[in-house]
Design a protein around this ligand. Structure first.
Ligand SMILES: Cc1cc2nc3c(=O)[nH]c(=O)nc-3n(C[C@H](O)[C@H](O)[C@H](O)COP(=O)(O)OP(=O)(O)OC[C@H]3O[C@@H](n4cnc5c(N)ncnc54)[C@H](O)[C@@H]3O)c2cc1C
Length: 321
């Protein structure tokens, strides 16, 4: 097996151009499992760990640009990521708390999702780019990225393009990434309202989601974002649930009043999220259980997010456009 170790993005893209079959490896928490179980025998591995352009995060043109190599520990704030808010020059380092300036403080939905991933070892190695690269329907970043309306920056030797997250996943563990392309970064508008993520598994930690749900309230543009995990061939949005809830909030003047949500609205939102899923029976759970769980997760996350919106009532809606 050949092991390529580029030290810049240009070198990595040139290597991928020359050898499209080369398998990128970032944290290796998916790739190494596949190698160890002999599910994959790549002739070339492309190590991305020495590519500085994939690390850290910045605030650019009003959006957060999170490098593909940013780890879960950096997303949660367990480790500080080099970025606009951290002021440090290199990736890694220890002990940053989740404050307003940390990445976790700026992207709370993604941080919540990252906190549920694996164990500390997996969170220290596993990356957001690797989660997208695997494109598993159960990947925990995906519901929050869908809810936030993220865009994926990908590049090849021929240039760069942006893929809206809703167009990224094309099938079970398949994405719209071309063989010559690498995932470079994830772009997300800073949230203008509360975000939530909830996941159900067969135990509390080190577990693949049986069902997961991400929710974002976008008061800045009076919209709702959703993402469903582990309950369809790909991660999906619950578009009808989004439209229904945004209309209900508009019609009843709830964005402004921040009054209690009518229970009928919460119940209908859960039912519409459930209707957007198309799960299967598998070893982790039945389709019927997943559908039931999703409606519960949707109602719970909406209740939590709305309570936070009510608590932060003095803040004028702003942020993302
Ligand atoms: C014990 C254990 C527990 C886990 N728990 C969870 C969990 O709770 N939730 C969850 O979502 N996942 C979980 N995982 C899966 C895994 O940790 C995540 O999918 C992780 O995000 C993968 O990131 P990585 O950097 O390790 O990717 P790698 O293993 O390095 O790569 C994964 C895939 O992405 C491709 N890739 C990586 N980087 C790029 C790039 N920049 N451009 C293009 N392609 C790229 C690789 O070629 C490969 O196909 C777990 C894994 C293990 C072993």
């Amino acid at each position: 097996m050949e092991f390529l170790q580029p030290v810049s993005l240009a070198e990595a893209l040139a290597a991928k151009d020359a050898t499209p079959e080369a398998v990128p490896i970032a944290g290796g928490t998916d790739v190494m499992v596949e190698l160890n179980f002999a599910r994959r025998r790549p002739e070339v591995l492309l190590d991305l760990n020495r590519v500085p352009e994939l690390t850290g995060w910045t605030l650019q043109d009003g959006k957060l640009r999170v490098g593909a190599g940013v780890t879960y520990a950096e997303l949660t704030g367990e480790r500080s990521a080099a970025g606009a808010g951290s002021g440090s020059g290199a990736g890694g380092g220890g002990g940053a708390s989740v404050g307003a300036e940390s990445l976790g403080g700026r992207l709370p939905g993604l941080a919540m999702a990252a906190r549920t991933v694996g164990s500390p070892q997996i969170r220290n190695r596993g990356t957001i780019g690797g989660n997208l690269g695997s494109a598993s329907p159960a990947g925990d970043c995906h519901p929050s990225l869908l809810a936030a309306g993220a865009e994926i920056e990908v590049a090849s030797a021929a240039g760069r393009r942006m893929i809206p997250i809703g167009e990224f996943f094309t099938g079970v563990k398949r994405s719209s990434l071309a063989p010559q392309e690498l995932i470079v970064a994830v772009w997300i508008s800073p949230p203008s309202g509360p975000e939530q993520f909830a996941k159900i598994g067969t135990r509390n930690a080190m577990v693949i989601a049986v069902a997961a749900f991400g929710l974002a309230l976008h008061p800045g543009r009076r919209a709702i974002g959703t993402g469903i995990g582990s309950a369809a061939p790909t991660p999906v949005r619950a578009a009808e649930a989004e439209t229904f809830l945004a209309s209900a909030l508009d019609e009843d003047g709830l964005w402004e009043s921040r009054a209690e949500l009518p229970s009928a609205v919460v119940t209908e939102f859960g039912a519409l999220v459930r209707a957007a899923a198309s799960p299967i029976d598998d070893v982790r759970g039945t389709a019927a259980y997943r559908l039931h769980a999703l409606a519960v997760l949707a109602r719970r996350t909406l209740t939590w997010a709305w309570a936070e919106y009510q608590r932060t009532g003095s803040d004028a809606p702003g942020g993302e456009g």
